[in-house]
Design a protein around this ligand. Structure first.
Ligand code: B4P
Length: 182
């Protein structure tokens, strides 16, 4: 049983490492970015609302993301644990997550903060080349991360749940560092 939250800037390896851990622990990998991208591709009402924000590297409005997380955490496959990747991303989302978990009488075990310097992040994202991985949008995503998401490091540190892992190493080395923690 593991309930984990992955924090980190864009390109830190949140998606990459969450998938590996979710597979090895047989628990769902819940990525708000992936759910939103699928909604955009499927041109669902959520996708239509989210697309412009994502293309600009802005956060999608909290209400849209909170609704999808609330619905996802209520599904039966979450009984044995979960990994949240990309949520929460600001103070409002973190407070609402605490509220949702309290309603479900649940708590998270750990918040994993993947630490990677900016120049590595930009190089990784440029080489991936997703639609939102162009230099201008990457800079905006990093700025949004610094202003809105990075303050969550203190929020979770004060709850004594935070552990910081050096994400500036090979994927295999990051995975083995994480395996020792979870
Ligand atoms: P996300 O999908 O979360 O995108 P991301 O931050 O870029 O992280 P991702 O998980 O994809 O990349 P990773 O670091 O694993 O969000 C996209 C957008 O959705 C946001 O900008 C926002 O608009 C919206 N959104 C999502 N959640 C939201 C929320 N809660 N509220 C509001 N809006 C929200 O990996 C990146 C690359 O690095 C990969 O190519 C990977 O192969 C490589 N890599 C990873 N680890 C490596 C390593 N150790 N060495 C070398 N390369 C590595």
């Amino acid at each position: 049983m593991a309930r984990l939250i992955f924090l980190g800037p864009p390109g830190a390896g949140k998606g990459t490492q969450s998938k590996v851990l979710a597979d090895s622990h047989a628990i769902p990998h819940i990525s708000t970015g992936e759910i939103l991208r699928e909604a955009v591709l499927g041109k669902t009402p959520l996708g239509v609302k989210a697309q412009g924000y994502m293309d600009r590297g802005e956060l999608v409005p909290d209400q849209l993301v909170v609704d999808l997380i609330r619905e996802r955490l209520d599904k039966p496959d979450t009984q044995s644990g979960w990994i949240l990747d990309g949520f929460p991303r600001n103070a409002t989302q973190a407070q609402i997550l605490d509220f949702i978990l309290n309603e479900l009488s649940l708590d998270y075990d750990r918040v994993i903060n993947l630490d990677v310097p900016d120049e590595t992040l930009v190089a990784r994202l440029l080489s991936r080349g997703r639609k939102d991985d162009n230099e201008e949008v990457i800079r905006r995503r990093l700025e949004v991360y610094r202003n809105q998401t990075a303050p969550l490091i203190d929020y979770y540190e004060s709850r004594e749940k935070l552990v910081t892992v050096d994400g500036n190493q090979s994927m295999e080395n990051v995975s083995s560092a994480l395996n020792k923690l979870v």
